[in-house]
Design a protein around this ligand. Structure first.
Ligand code: SF4
Length: 335
């Protein structure tokens, strides 16, 4: 059994907004407890606006909005020690980045310098993070890294806008893997790419993880991508984790009604019946319904669901879920 490399305790990330003189608290990440293992690809799925990206930023210690409340704990378990990331200064957090953890935000253009050839971006990245490397040594290191990952050498002489979206995304991921970080955190790396190009990006992530034996945390709302690449999947809804299990279990025996909708919405080979999508709209994170936040959309909602949030409990050693239906069944009660 692999050891944990990253864990959270009661992690909260709230944005506090002023709307027409009234303060609104946007509960983007609300009491999230996860444990992510060494040498695994952990997928996080959920609809847009459920807090996935804020969770990733909190895990990567890059969350810096002007108004925020950050609470709870994020710990990295690396090199035989536990680092409580939440208690570090901004400077100490910066030092952890790229070496222990690399964060690939949404949209490759936000990472690459648009007015710099990629070889310069790679060289600057190496010389500013690795002491004693000359520009020439940095160039050679970047070249061999690009070749190792099967990317064409010509990309080094290109500006970011000269590459296709898929190639730019692969170059961004190559940059994130350059210093062999123990954890790579990637936010929607396949969004806006066509299916064939998506496959290349997913394949690259898999190859990097196999080569470095590190951990990849991957956010995407595309369950098809998770099915291809993730070892375990966490399902997020309205700022909370509502189900977590190995990928095969999530697809074969989803327990939370929201997960069941996500799985059933995927097209199945040879099955022409219309797919079910999740009814209604996700709730506003600034105005969550009481009880289980999924209850206004849930076909199984009971009275208790409208009043009390279910606990996030382990149904099996590797399967957790937060749903009254499942909890009652486990306790031998019927609704
Ligand atoms: Fe549906 Fe109730 Fe389960 Fe929420 S707790 S998902 S409303 S059955």
């Amino acid at each position: 059994m692999n050891k944990p490399i990253l864990s959270t305790e009661k992690l909260k990330a709230f944005y506090v907004l002023e709307v027409h003189g009234t303060q609104k608290v946007v509960k983007a990440v609300n009491d999230v407890e996860i444990e992510i293992m060494e040498n695994e690809i952990y997928g996080i799925a959920g609809e847009s606006g459920c807090g996935k990206s804020t969770l990733l930023k909190a895990l990567a210690a890059v969350i810096e909005p002007p108004l925020r409340q950050l609470d709870g704990k994020v710990s990295y378990h690396v090199d035989g020690k536990t680092i409580d990331v939440s208690s570090l200064s901004a400077d100490e957090k910066r030092k952890l980045r790229w070496v222990y953890v690399s964060y690939v935000p949404q949209g490759s253009m936000s990472v690459l310098n648009p007015v710099s050839k990629l070889k310069n971006t790679f060289q600057d990245f190496i010389t500013s993070h690795v002491e004693g490397k000359s520009q020439q040594e940095a160039f050679r290191l970047a070249q061999s890294h690009i070749a190792d990952l099967g990317l064409p050498p010509q990309v080094m002489d290109a500006y970011p806008h000269q590459l296709s979206g898929g190639m730019r995304q692969r170059v961004t991921i190559a940059l994130a893997a350059l210093l062999e970080p123990r954890i790579i955190i990637a936010d929607e790396p396949t969004t806006a790419l066509d299916v064939v190009v998506q496959r290349g990006v997913v394949q690259l992530l898999k190859e990097i993880q196999e080569k470095l034996k590190n951990t990849i945390i991957l956010v995407t709302h595309d369950m098809g991508v998770h099915a291809n690449v993730a070892d375990r999947i966490g399902i997020m809804y309205a700022g909370k984790m509502v189900e977590e299990a190995p990928t095969e279990t999530i697809f074969a025996e989803p327990l939370h009604p929201y997960t069941q909708y996500l799985v059933n919405s995927l097209p199945k080979f040879g099955d022409k019946t219309p797919r079910d999508s999740v009814p209604g709209n996700p709730p506003s994170l600034a105005d969550l319904p009481p009880g289980c936040p999924f209850h206004p959309r849930c076909p199984h909602a009971m009275d208790i669901c409208k009043e009390k949030m279910p606990e996030y409990i382990a149904i099996k050693s590797n399967h957790k879920v937060a749903c009254w239906l499942v909890e009652n069944e486990k306790n031998g009660q019927t609704s």
